[in-house]
Design a protein around this ligand. Structure first.
Ligand code: DGJ
Length: 719
């Protein structure tokens, strides 16, 4: 018989040979941790009754020939020394010794939804705390670990990883890859043997390797089936793995990827992993996405849900480095008339910043460009009823800058050893663990925020870390922690200033940076076609209100593609909307169109920023159908990304509606080209009609014939 632990209790495990279990629960799920011989998650899935004791026999496994003589559990912290041949949870040494620790559970503290497990190996003089917490409402699991050096000399940490097993039937994984202007590309592949590994060594979350993996059975899709989604909340180097053991057991592993000698624990010092966030659901990818969104809204973001996110205008693609106060004020007047609510002055405002090769680090207003400072511009913007935001890139330094000339030693690197590191965008990185550099930045930013009425900072980071040395030791990890501290310290001084996390677009998008910022610049690519894919990938983990999404000019600056206003407007509508172009001199019809999409965004903003997002299947892989719903209104976009595969658009079925309710369909926006793609439109497109929910769910409606790179916006309203 097992003895489930009682709630909110602290235990010292007995030496009894009986197996003991923890049964944690959240709204829909149960998570079972078997405590002996070493803590291991043996079940995470749909909830079952915790009143009945679990028996060890249920988990007893056969032992095959030519293997170790006992079954080795897949532990929360797998140990080579215990006989686990997979990827260990801990690797390190003490001057070449204490490299193979085997831990014993020494204490457990648990409640209905959380547990802290303490493990110790006195021979290696190491202790581990494993923290497990289920968010009771959203089912999100948070997993984190701490390693403590209880010895009397230094312990070098090579690896310290979080391990999450998943079911053998989950033989597909969805992973994320990309590059600048092409972030969050998804890849769904079978996971049969061996495994998948993703290493990010770029020193920021990166465009290339978003730290997330989704594992699922091949039959699972947006609407149905089991899904396990995992995100590793960390803005630095990482290693993610999805592994299949030779016996078929599977697990995800996530860790901060450490450079040699980067983490050395002195006696009594500890090292913490970042947090792994995971969701299990048996209702498909939409359910996983909605749970992550709810969790971000309730537990990651420090942004009151009652606050409205203003529509942005950003100057970057409208004027780049060509800053002229009068021109900026003209831009502000023009965009205020369109309904913009916050004006962000991008790169180019500070001392000698005439192009990308110089001046980073000199965070003072350039009096050549702004003889009277920024105040007249800010005042003008405020008088128009808009908030003012300012671009900064605090972690960076140009060699052609006053700060670098005065403090070359503030640069992150190994230059004193004679190495030459490559520049990135002609710039270098300030060593945030250098206290003088750190203090200089904090004071510079504090002064800017104190002297100007700044509601918003766009915090950019435009290069990767190479040879990141602090006092000659590797400093990738420490630099990331110091960045968090810098933002935290600044926020403590200016709690009401909102911050956007940008890194050449989507190079720093993760939950840990979002804890201290408010939205992301999703991508430098404002091309609506590219944005459809980027936003789709990002939205698995992030709700639309943190996804900066701008309407750009007709011709995209990053791809040279041209798109009509409708495709651009509908695409930007489903995020945190903004505009980014030179509005002065735009033709009246283009200006009216901008105002219209901004108006639509404001009209539906409460729904867009608080509703439940979903994706729907289509018979055409080039058709993306997605939307957002609350109890009364469903807003839906149908985007045709490439030439339709078939002559007919297929059927639109809406399982997100209530079967016993009736809905009116309105076409809020459609491409003007519809008149040439169809001689006859489906009846529901000609006049507003109402339909019964169960019929829309089961039978659905014929979709129109659409041109490539066009979109249509519909609403379904309860009648
Ligand atoms: C990269 C950002 O992603 C752009 O939006 C812009 O802010 C530039 N940096 C400015 O240098």
């Amino acid at each position: 018989m097992s003895k489930p632990y009682s709630h909110a209790s602290t235990h010292t495990p007995s030496s009894s040979s009986e197996a003991r279990f923890l049964h944690l629960q959240s709204a829909n799920n149960s998570l079972i941790v078997q405590l002996d011989p070493v803590p291991a998650i043996v079940y995470w899935g749909s909830q079952f009754n915790r009143d009945h004791a679990l028996s060890q026999e249920m988990f007893d496994a056969p032992v095959g020939q030519a293997r170790l003589d006992s079954h080795i559990p897949l532990a929360l912290c797998p140990e080579q020394g215990r006989g686990d041949f997979g990827s260990p949870g801990i690797e390190g040494h003490r001057n070449g010794k204490d490299w193979g620790p085997v831990f014993q559970l020494t204490a457990v503290t648990d409640s209905l939804s959380s547990a802290t497990l303490t493990l110790s190996d006195p021979r290696a003089a190491l202790e581990i705390n494993i923290y497990l917490e289920l968010d009771e409402d959203t089912d999100v699991l948070m997993l984190k670990q701490q390693l403590i050096n209880i010895g009397c000399n230094n312990y070098t940490v090579n690896r310290f990883a979080l391990t999450l097993p998943f079911d053998e039937t989950f033989s597909d994984i969805i992973t994320f890859h990309g590059r600048w202007s092409h972030e969050f590309q998804t890849q769904r592949t079978p996971l049969e043997h061996s495994g998948f590994i993703q290493e990010n060594r770029r020193g920021r979350t990166s465009h290339e390797s978003f730290p997330g993996i989704i594992a699922l059975p091949p039959s699972s899709n947006d609407l149905t089936g089991d899904v396990l989604g995992m995100h590793f909340g960390w803005s630095g180097n990482h290693r993610l793995q999805a592994r299949v053991k030779s016996d078929g057991r599977r697990y995800l592993q996530a860790e901060a990827l450490l450079a040699p000698g980067e983490v050395v624990l002195a006696p009594c010092e500890s090292f913490e992993t970042p947090t792994m966030y995971a969701v299990f659901t048996s209702h498909g990818l939409n359910s996983m996405m909605q749970k992550f969104h709810q969790y971000v809204r309730s537990s990651v973001l420090h942004f009151p849900q009652s606050m409205v996110r203003p529509v942005h205008f950003n100057t970057w693609e409208g004027m780049y480095f060509d800053h002229q106060p009068q021109r900026i004020m003209d831009m502000a007047s023009a965009v205020a008339r369109l309904g913009v609510e916050r004006f962000i002055l991008d790169d180019g405002w500070f001392l000698n910043r005439d192009g990308e090769t110089r001046a980073l680090g000199d965070w003072r207003v350039d009096k050549r460009k702004y003889p009277d400072g920024l105040k007249p511009v800010v005042d003008h913007i405020n008088q128009l009823g808009m908030e003012f935001g300012l671009w900064v890139e605090p972690e960076m330094v140009s060699k052609d800058s006053i700060v670098f000339r005065e403090h070359p030693d503030w640069m992150l690197g190994l230059d004193t050893l004679g190495y030459t590191q490559p520049s990135g965008r002609y710039q270098y990185v300030l060593d945030l663990q250098n206290l003088d550099a750190y203090h200089y930045l904090l004071v510079s930013l504090d002064t800017l925020l104190t002297e100007h009425n700044i509601a918003y900072l766009k915090w950019d980071m435009n290069r990767e870390l190479v040879q990141a040395g602090h006092a000659l030791s590797a400093a990738y990890h420490g630099q990331t922690l110091a960045l968090y501290k810098l933002i935290d310290d600044l926020k403590a001084r200016h709690p009401y200033v909102e911050i956007e996390s940008c890194a050449s677009g989507g190079g720093r998008i993760d939950y840990e940076v979002l804890k201290r910022t408010h939205r992301f610049w999703t991508s430098d690519c404002n091309d609506a076609l590219e944005r459809q894919t980027i936003q789709h990938g990002m939205q698995y983990f992030f709700p639309p209100e943190v996804m900066g999404s701008h309407i750009g000019p007709r011709q995209s600056h990053t791809t040279r593609r041209c798109h009509d206003m409708s495709f651009r407007g509908i695409t930007a509508l489903f995020g945190h909307m903004g505009a980014e172009l030179d509005p002065v001199g735009l033709e009246d019809n283009e200006l009216r169109a901008f105002a219209r999409y901004i108006g639509l965004h404001k009209q539906y903003r409460p729904l867009l920023h608080h509703g439940n997002c979903f994706n729907l299947p289509s018979h055409d892989p080039n058709t993306r159908i997605h939307g957002v719903t609350d109890d009364t209104v469903t807003l839906l976009a149908v985007a045709q990304l490439a030439m339709p595969k078939y002559a007919q658009g297929g059927r639109l079925r809406l399982p997100v509606l209530c079967p016993d309710k009736r809905y009116r369909i309105d076409i809020l926006d459609a491409p003007s080209a519809f008149s040439s793609t169809m001689k006859h439109k489906p009846a529901w497109m000609v006049k507003p009609l109402t339909f019964q929910g169960d019929q829309l769910i089961r039978i659905g409606l014929s979709l129109p014939i659409m041109d490539p790179e066009s979109a249509m916006l519909l609403s379904f309203t309860l009648v």
